[in-house]
Design a protein around this ligand. Sequence first.
Ligand code: BG6
Length: 526
Amino acid sequence: MSPKVLKEPKSQPLPAIHEKPHDPEQAGNPRPAGPCVVVIFGASGDLAKRKLLPSLYNLQVNGLLPDEFAVLGVARSEMSDASFRKKMAEGLKQHGTVKIDPAELKKFESRLFYQQADYTEASTYKTLKSRLADLDEKLKTGGNYLYYLSVPPEVFDDITNALGKNGLVKEENGQWRRVIVEKPFGTDYDSAVELNRKLSAVLTEQQTFRIDHYLGKETVQNLLVFRFGNGIFEPIWNRRYIDHVQITVAESIGVERRGSFYESAGALRDVMQNHMLMLLSLVAMEPPTSLQGESVRREKTKVLEAIKIMSSEDVLRNAVRGQYSSGTVEGDQAVAYRSEEGVDPESPVETFAALKLEIENWRWAGVPFYLRTGKRMANRNTQIMIQFREAPLPLYGGSRMSRIGPNRLLMHIQPCEGITLQVRAKTPGPTLRTSPVGLNFNYSDLGATPSTGYETLLYDCMMNDATLFHRIDTVLNSWQVVQPVLDVWNSIPPREFPNYSSGSWGPQAAEDLIERDGHTWWKPGC
Ligand code: BG6
């Protein structure tokens, strides 16, 4: 049961990353990307329909796609260009974030192409090569290709190898070739190392864009701007003023039609290892020397490196897992996880995970970070709550000794988007009493147009800006944080599953985890 000795991911030599030079004028006024073809492997899947195509459409409407542009969808399903266009147009109407303009849609559809393919067949890549050459000739896309691997991780390797063999990732004569790799990057520390070894046999680090769609969310990017664009918070952003931090990623949905994928993932791999540790790193990182490129990536990696690696005893004490039973979520009946399609009726897979983490550096020593994520929770809400230490001398609580409650900073990531600072104010009336009030900022006040979150990431990849993508050492450090938990949970099957009702806030053990330290989970809400 003892966690295995983990390898040192820490100081790997890293190749220089291509970076878009920071040009403040350009930053405020982005220009269209250069000519290219976006090749989406797994184009008949949900991600393409719900997110990727709607975000490319949004980029087009905002004038950020070049005139010389095409999308080539590649997938197993049989479809013609025409039926692919029809399917994607339907997806756009259903999942698009903006009102569809008929002229823009017509233009967008005319740029979509499809190729039916078996990823393991050599002939697939020969056909792909000639389709791409055709598109280059007709649309002047310049031989620049962005491959998006929206396929199960087991086939990443087959695809990149075949692309390599067919000369489709070779960058020459000024042409660029980049690959976006979807999460999960591996299933644990060792498999991530192995996957990286295989990919790097074909691709350079500069060509590899490991995506985490949380980093494309406006509110997540705003975390950095909030911290480092305002001088007033940084002096109190440390152990002297902050009592503890809570991060919640609550989902009201279950596993939907992804039961068989989820059986090999679980909440720890699906959300904790990537999205949640990214949120933690943005809250806890040191100020970078600039908000662009390598310096942000370096600081994010350093803070993950500083998280204390749990012993098995720590895991038993500081990690909680859960699995949902049936119940009512937002008024609707929900079945138990074990009754979902594609799920083993005795599945030991967790749909909820909570961790207490400690960051062992000068800024954060002694400040616990509580993280929890779960499916079929009471509502959908992603929020970061920073709880400050209480005022040293409570003058207004009735008696001098009573507590008046701490100040809190709530960073609403979704569905509400904004920031609330909770302070105490005098309750109106003749007696001197106080109430908590919120100073609010809503992201919508800035006139933000709704987006899928993928727009920035796709555009950045076309522009060769890797700031919001993961370096391999970031990925390995985050696997290193969750690896002891994976090991212990793997070796001790859960006895009490299912242990929380759909529509609740997770298992009792998660409440106990935080209450032991004298805190309670902040109920996220707008
Ligand atoms: C994905 C997970 O990465 O993130 C899903 O695989 C999860 O299980 C999703 O539902 C949550 O993303 P969002 O943007 O809806 O919070």
